[in-house]
Ligand binder design. Structure first.
Ligand code: PA5
Length: 425
């Protein structure tokens, strides 16, 4: 299970400290289904409820793709791709020999980015997993139209066999298209919103294609959600949620999530969406930002150390490194590094992390450490379960509905009007 270390935040808390009574109430409201947005809390039981037949179908689809294609194109935006991308880049930064390359498109409107991807794809055999709960989001819808055309040209009458659609069980254009064309389809459950959907086919199919053991992920996620049901200040999700809300009440309005593993980059993007979209409403919310250490110490480090003092920092640490890299010995010590010769890079990184922590706390930045066992299937499931639960609890503590995103509609309304969509005003 995740371990949260709040010792670096202690001196910044209010005198009363994190409000565990409030987080306990939030937990009860969440699990009793009596809170705002209760219709969208199905993610709490997603790993337990996923049917064996559904998992079998996901794995069979992944096998088909892996055996015949050199690439999978995942089309989706926001919660419909960030979890899968975060998981794949964290666990499989270097794909195994024979694993298909995974491309993510439909998460923007850049003609250049799309064309670059198509160029990289080249003449390879590929499959498409189009993911959209609503089935109407413009960015993935355009990319899907373009990739359907590519599939038609490449595979002719068999093009539809290369399409896997993950969408709502009952509604939406994508659902209608999938039914009409007989594409293999997977469901985003009614009671699960995009950003909480990683443990459904939304996250699991691309993960399985990339070679991640999704049964292991689900088994670990079931265990994690059971453990996180603990009603006690020992619960790491309680600690994280209560600490953030306490610091927010003291004017720490920006949270920087950092990690010393560059492969964590898209997990941080997933986290930003999870917390930004869930909490940033009703004129409230902690602004989620992210950094990659130690690289960003040489770009953002100055700001974190001495900029405005409204920052809190949460650092994800993996207890075990996958590799060992001792600093080589030298004959002449010309580069002056002999004082660390023979010491492992992972050990040096740990020292750097301690040094940074001490400096940032001294500089007035509350520090929370989120310790995760390893960069593997279990660690992934622990992180996702922990962040999801803490996000819901933190949102309820601040009095917002963590499961809607009404603000996202504003730009869409303008864009559709400007593009001349029929009926748009
Ligand atoms: O969390 C959310 O609900 C959103 O980020 C959606 O996932 C995102 O807007 C994409 O929506 P859809 O899956 O309907 O295309």
């Amino acid at each position: 299970m995740i371990q949260v270390d709040l010792s670096g935040a202690q001196r910044f808390f209010t005198q009363a400290g994190p409000d565990f009574a409030a987080v306990a109430r939030a937990h009860d409201v969440l699990t009793s289904g009596s809170g705002l947005g209760a219709d969208f809390t199905g993610w709490l039981h997603l790993p337990q409820k996923i049917k064996e037949t559904e998992l079998d179908r996901i794995l069979a689809a992944a096998d088909t793709i892996r055996s015949r294609s050199k690439a999978l194109v995942v089309i989706g935006i926001g919660g419909s791709y960030l979890g899968a991308r975060g998981a794949i880049e964290l666990l499989r930064p270097v794909l195994g020999r024979g694993d298909p390359e995974i491309f993510f498109v439909g998460n923007g409107l850049s003609a250049d980015a799309l064309s670059d991807t198509i160029e990289k794809l080249g003449g390879r055999d590929f499959d498409v997993n189009v993911i959209s709960k609503s089935g109407t989001t413009l960015e993935p819808a355009i990319a899907f139209r373009i990739f359907r055309e590519l599939l038609d040209k490449k595979y002719g009458a068999d093009a539809g066999k290369h399409i896997f659609a993950t969408t709502d069980a009952h509604r939406g254009v994508l659902k209608s298209l999938a039914d009409a064309n007989g594409w293999e389809s997977f469901v985003v459950p009614d009671d699960v919103g995009g950003r909480f959907s990683v443990f459904s086919a939304v996250g699991l199919l691309p993960m399985a294609v990339a070679g991640i053991d999704v049964r292991r992920v689900i088994t670990a996620a079931i265990r994690e959600f059971e453990a996180l049901d603990m009603r006690s200040p020992e619960n790491p999700a309680w600690q994280y949620a209560a600490a953030r809300q306490n610091l927010y009440s003291k004017g720490y309005t920006v949270e920087i999530l950092g990690c010393y593993e560059p492969s964590f980059r898209f997990m941080a993007e997933w986290w930003k969406q999870l917390y930004g979209e869930s909490e940033g409403k009703d004129n409230k919310g902690i602004l989620p930002a992210s950094v990659e250490f130690t690289a960003d110490l040489h770009s953002m480090g100055q700001y974190i150390q001495q900029g405005p003092r409204n920052l809190m920092e949460s650092i994800v640490r993996f207890t075990h490194s996958r590799h060992a890299y001792p600093v080589p010995a030298s004959d002449d010590n010309a580069d002056g590094l002999d004082y660390i010769a023979g010491r492992d890079l992972a050990e040096i990184c740990n020292v750097a992390a301690e040094a940074v922590r001490e400096a940032h706390i001294d500089g007035g930045v509350p520090n929370i450490v989120i310790n995760c066992s390893a960069r593997d299937e279990e660690g992934l499931a622990e992180l996702i379960g922990f962040f999801e639960l803490a996000c819901a609890l933190s949102g309820y503590m601040s009095g917002v509905n963590p499961f809607d995103q009404p603000g996202v509609e504003a730009y869409k309304k303008n864009m559709f009007r400007m593009l001349g969509k029929p009926g748009a005003v």
